[in-house]
Design a binder for this molecule. Sequence first.
Ligand code: FES
Length: 147
Amino acid sequence: MQGDKTDRRSFLNYILGGSLLATLAAVFYPVLAYLKPPEVSEAMTSSIKVGNLEDFPPDSSKIFKFGRKPGILIHTPDGEFKAFNATCTHLSCVVQYRKDLGVIWCACHNGRFNLNGKNISGPPPRPLERFDVHIKGEEIYVSRRET
Ligand code: FES
């Protein structure tokens, strides 16, 4: 009889102890994971193929992913290819090419950049970061400028 009570008590202690440990782990693991974010190396993409010449008639554009940031390639009405970081220098919205206005435009606060990436109106405080465009055969590549 005495052995039964001891066995039952130790079984309950075992279950309660396990539950307590599981609860503590469920509470503290997310906190610790938040405090120590995973190590993610910055993807330093230096050059990327954006498309083929046939995909870009004059006065067209394309948003592409350059590493973890958006880029924009514009084939201007004059026939030049220009590429920029598509992150607006105001509050980081993604810009777009407005061929009806002939500018690079940010929809968030009506910021405007000319086709050289210079901020020309609205709140953006700086020009867009310029990328280099290389054409190899029929393929268009964009790369970061050497600093
Ligand atoms: S985020 Fe582009 S104008 Fe404000």
